[in-house]
Design a protein around this ligand. Structure first.
Ligand code: SAM
Length: 277
């Protein structure tokens, strides 16, 4: 019978966020696959746990993944840990999970912090529907394609960013998305944790004079849906005409359209009268 792969969520800065179940899992498995064994050994030392480790990271995931799978198929159990947060979320792990899925090896999540979800919850922006976009590519063509694809995205968008790329990223986002609400969370769970609520233009301005420090998550409000897009005065006037064509009085039509569009009654009334003369 095969062993089990455990995806163990680890702290994103504050060691107090390690869960008792994560510690029990590290203790119970036969070996740990770590993105960086030097980082994970510090966590294990903190927990007083000693365990054989193998490395599993971006550039060895194909070979290392096959070796880990072979051991799992041989009945050993493995805990996968990355440097911070949930494995497989902008971190190595998704390929190993897919390999295990194909081979019928059970995979169990030991949930822990995830910077994306923490920042989303802190944002105050709509959380009912959201999309996780990870890091933008540093290759200009791919980066601009990604932003272009998202410019009409209605869902709240989550991005990760490194400090030295933040300014360029905000400026590209302003170009593609226009000025919209954004929250920027940095150093979550750490001493200098901060969440700033801005618009994209204000954020660009802010980081002109404040050098970005730490790790960042950007939460950006989606594009307005058609129903939310404000109507132009001309479109509101067309609605008034349509109601009048149905036999409604000018006064009632203006009142109704002003209410549904947010235009001031007197302005709409004047505009309709002007257009009639
Ligand atoms: N697997 C991780 C998770 O579940 O959040 C994400 C790993 S990804 C390689 C690293 C990125 O996550 C950072 O560049 C930053 O954008 C974000 N991040 C990680 N820890 C963070 C923290 N404490 N505060 C803000 N952002 C953080």
């Amino acid at each position: 019978m095969s062993g089990t792969l455990y995806l163990v969520g680890t702290p994103i800065g504050n060691l107090g966020d390690i869960s008792p179940r994560a510690a029990e899992t590290f203790e119970a498995v036969d070996f740990i696959a770590a993105e960086d064994t030097r980082v994970t050994v510090k966590l294990l030392n903190h927990l007083g746990i000693k365990k054989p480790m193998v490395s599993y990271y971006e550039h060895n995931r194909a070979e290392s993944g096959e070796r880990i799978l072979a051991r799992l198929l041989n009945g050993e159990s493995c805990a996968l840990a990355t440097d911070a947060g949930m494995p497989a979320i902008s971190d190595p792990g998704e390929d190993l999970v897919a390999l295990c899925g194909e081979a019928g090896v059970p995979v169990i999540a030991i949930p822990g912090p995830c910077a994306a979800v923490c920042a989303l919850a802190l944002s105050g922006l709509p959380t009912g529907r959201f999309t996780f976009e990870g890091f933008l590519s540093t290759v200009k063509k791919n980066r601009y394609k990604h932003l272009e694809e998202l410019k009409n995205e209605h869902r709240t968008m989550i991005f990760y960013e490194a400090p030295h790329k933040l300014k360029a990223t905000l400026s590209d986002m302003l170009t593609y998305f226009g000025d919209r609400p954004i929250t920027i969370s940095r150093e979550l769970t750490k001493l200098h944790e901060e969440t700033l609520r801005f618009t994209l233009a204000k954020a660009v301005e802010y980081y002109e004079s404040t050098p970005p420090k730490g790790e960042f998550v950007l939460i950006i409000q989606g594009a307005p849906t058609d129903e939310e897009t404000p109507l132009t005065m001309e479109e509101a006037m067309e609605q008034v005409s349509a109601l009048m064509d149905k036999g409604q009085s000018l006064k009632d039509s203006v009142k109704q359209v002003a209410k549904s569009t947010g235009f001031a009654k007197n302005k709409l009334y004047d505009a309709v009268l002007k257009a009639q003369n």
